[in-house]
Design a protein around this ligand. Structure first.
Ligand code: PLP
Length: 443
C-alpha cells in the first residue's frame, strides 16, 4: 500500500528505479521508452552523465543559499545564458521552481508593472479556452481547461477567456489561413474593447498549446496580430512556453518561429530537463525598469527561488543542448516523427488530426472523421491508449476530449531531443498498436 497521494487516489503505479537515455526502468525490470519526456520535461533523456557530473560538482561546493542574502554562481551564469539567447527585449530572469510558480510570478509582475506605472485600474487578464497554465490558483484561473477548474471555480479570480487558435476545430470550411488568423486574433481585440482597454492588464497564451488540447501551433501571423493588438492597447503579452519552449519545437523559444517577442515569458520543463525542479520568467527591460526606478522591488519571492542545484541543472542542460547541436536534431527528428505518424496513423479512421512542431507532436482522435465529433468522454479513450502504451513499454501523454465537442481525445508525444530515427520507428510502431488496441477495446 502506498501512503502517497499522486494524481489518482486509486491506481497503483509501477515503481521507477532507473533510467538510461530515452528509457525508464521499473522495479520489475521492465523498460519504457519515454516518448513524452514525462510531461515534455526530459529533453536530454535520463541519467545524462554530463548533467549528473555538473550536479555532483555543485553539490560538493554549495547546495543552498537563500536569495534574501546571496546570489550564486550557477544562478548568475544561467541568467546570463538565458538573456543572451532570449527573444529581443527580454533582459532579466526570475528563477523559480516550476511552471505554475513562473506563471504566478508573471501575472504578479504584470500587475505590479501597471501599479508602478500609474495604471492601477488595469487588473483584467484575458486568456484562452483549451489552455493550461498550471494548477496553483492564479495559474488555474488563467487556464481554460474547464475540467481542471470545475471544483475550484469559486476560489478563482475572474479571467476572461477567448477562443484559442485551433485551426482543426475552429477554422471555417473554405476559410483561408490568413482570414482565420485575422478572425482568431480579432477575438482578443473585441474582448479588450468589451472590458475597456484601460482596464486590461495582460493577455496570456501558450505559444503552442500543450497539455489540454495537444501540440496546437498557431497559424501563420496569428501571434504577430496578437502582438500588435496588445501594443495598440497597452496590454502586456505573456507567452507561456513552460511546455513548448526551451528547444522542444526546434528553436530555443517557440515564438521565434512566429517572429514575436512577448513582454513576459515563462519557461520551465525543458529548462532543467527534469534533473532538478526549475522554472523562470524572462521579463522585458521595460518591466524591470519600472520596478527598479519605482518601488525598487518585485513584491514576491519563494524560499527555493534561484536554488543553486536547480540552476546548476539548468545550466548543464542548456550547455549540452548547444554543445551537441540538439536543436537541429529536434527539427530533423521532428519531421521524421511527423512523417512516420502520418504513414502509420494517417489512414486510421478515428485519427482526426496529426499536428505539432519539432519534437512536440499530437494525434487527435475523433469518433467521426467527417463531423470531427469527439468520442464520448466517459469512454476514456485517452486513458485506454495510455494503458495499452504502457503495456507495450511506451510512455505517452494523453488527455481526454470534451462532451461539448470543443476537442477530442489526444495523445501528446514529446520525446527526448536525443532520439534517433530507429527510436522514432519503435515509438510510432508501439503507439500505433496501442491506439489500435484501445479503439478495439471500446464497447
Ligand atoms: N504552463 C504550461 C504551458 C504547462 O504545460 C504547465 C504544466 O504542464 C504549467 C504551466 C505548469 O507547470 P508545473 O506543472 O511545473 O507547475
Amino acid at each position: 500500500m502506498t501512503r502517497l497521494l499522486y494524481r489518482t487516489a486509486r491506481a497503483t503505479l509501477p515503481v521507477a528505479v532507473g533510467g538510461q537515455g530515452i528509457e525508464l526502468i521499473d522495479s520489475e525490470g521492465r523498460r519504457y521508452i519515454d516518448a513524452s519526456g514525462g510531461a515534455a520535461v526530459s529533453c536530454l533523456g535520463h541519467q545524462h552523465p554530463d548533467v549528473l557530473a555538473a550536479l555532483h560538482a555543485q553539490l560538493d561546493r554549495l547546495a543552498y543559499a537563500h536569495t534574501g542574502f546571496f546570489t550564486s554562481e550557477p544562478a548568475e551564469q544561467l541568467a546570463e545564458r538565458l538573456v543572451a539567447d532570449a527573444p529581443p527585449g527580454l533582459e532579466r530572469v526570475y528563477l523559480v521552481s516550476g511552471g505554475s510558480e513562473a506563471i504566478e510570478a508573471a501575472l504578479k509582475m504584470a500587475r505590479q508593472y501597471m501599479v508602478e506605472t500609474g495604471q492601477p485600474q488595469r487588473r483584467h487578464v484575458i486568456a484562452r479556452r483549451q489552455s493550461y497554465h498550471g494548477n496553483t490558483l492564479g495559474a488555474l484561473a488563467t487556464g481554460g481547461n474547464a475540467g481542471r477548474r470545475a471544483a475550484f471555480q469559486p476560489l478563482l479570480i475572474d479571467t476572461h477567456h477567448i477562443d484559442p487558435c485551433y485551426a482543426y476545430r475552429l477554422r471555417e470550411p473554405g476559410e483561408s489561413e490568413a482570414a482565420y488568423a485575422a478572425r482568431a486574433a480579432q477575438a482578443l481585440e473585441d474582448r479588450i474593447l468589451d472590458i475597456g482597454p484601460e482596464r486590461v492588464m495582460a493577455f496570456v497564451a501558450e505559444t503552442v498549446v500543450g497539455a489540454t488540447a495537444g501540440a496546437i501551433p498557431p497559424v501563420a501571423d496569428y501571434l504577430k496580430r496578437i502582438r500588435a493588438i496588445c501594443d495598440r492597447y497597452g496590454v502586456l503579452l505573456i507567452l507561456d512556453e513552460v511546455m513548448c519552449g526551451m528547444g522542444r519545437c526546434g528553436t530555443l523559444h517557440a515564438c521565434e518561429q512566429d517572429g514575436v517577442s512577448p513582454d513576459l515569458m515563462t519557461i520551465a520543463k525543458g529548462l532543467g530537463g527534469g534533473y532538478q525542479p526549475i522554472g523562470a520568467v524572462l521579463l522585458s527591460g521595460r518591466i524591470f525598469d519600472a520596478f527598479a526606478n519605482g518601488s525598487g522591488a518585485f513584491m514576491h519571492g519563494h524560499t527555493y527561488m534561484g536554488h543553486p542545484m536547480a540552476a546548476a541543472a539548468g545550466l548543464a542542460v542548456q550547455d549540452i543542448l548547444r554543445r551537441d547541436g540538439l536543436l537541429a536534431n529536434v527539427t530533423a527528428m521532428g519531421e521524421i516523427l511527423r512523417q512516420r505518424l502520418v504513414e502509420r496513423l494517417g489512414d486510421t479512421p478515428h485519427v482526426g488530426d496529426i499536428r505539432g512542431r519539432g519534437l512536440f507532436r499530437a494525434v487527435e482522435l475523433v469518433a467521426d472523421r467527417t463531423t470531427r465529433a469527439p468520442f464520448d468522454p466517459s469512454l476514456k479513450l485517452h486513458a485506454r491508449i495510455k494503458h495499452e502504451a504502457m503495456a507495450r513499454g511506451l510512455m505517452v501523454y494523453p488527455a481526454g476530449g470534451t462532451a461539448d465537442g470543443t476537442r477530442g481525445d489526444h495523445v501528446l508525444l514529446a520525446p527526448p531531443f536525443i532520439v534517433t530515427p530507429g527510436d522514432i520507428d519503435r515509438i510510432v510502431d508501439r503507439l500505433g498498436d496501442a491506439i489500435d488496441a484501445a479503439l478495439a477495446s471500446l464497447p
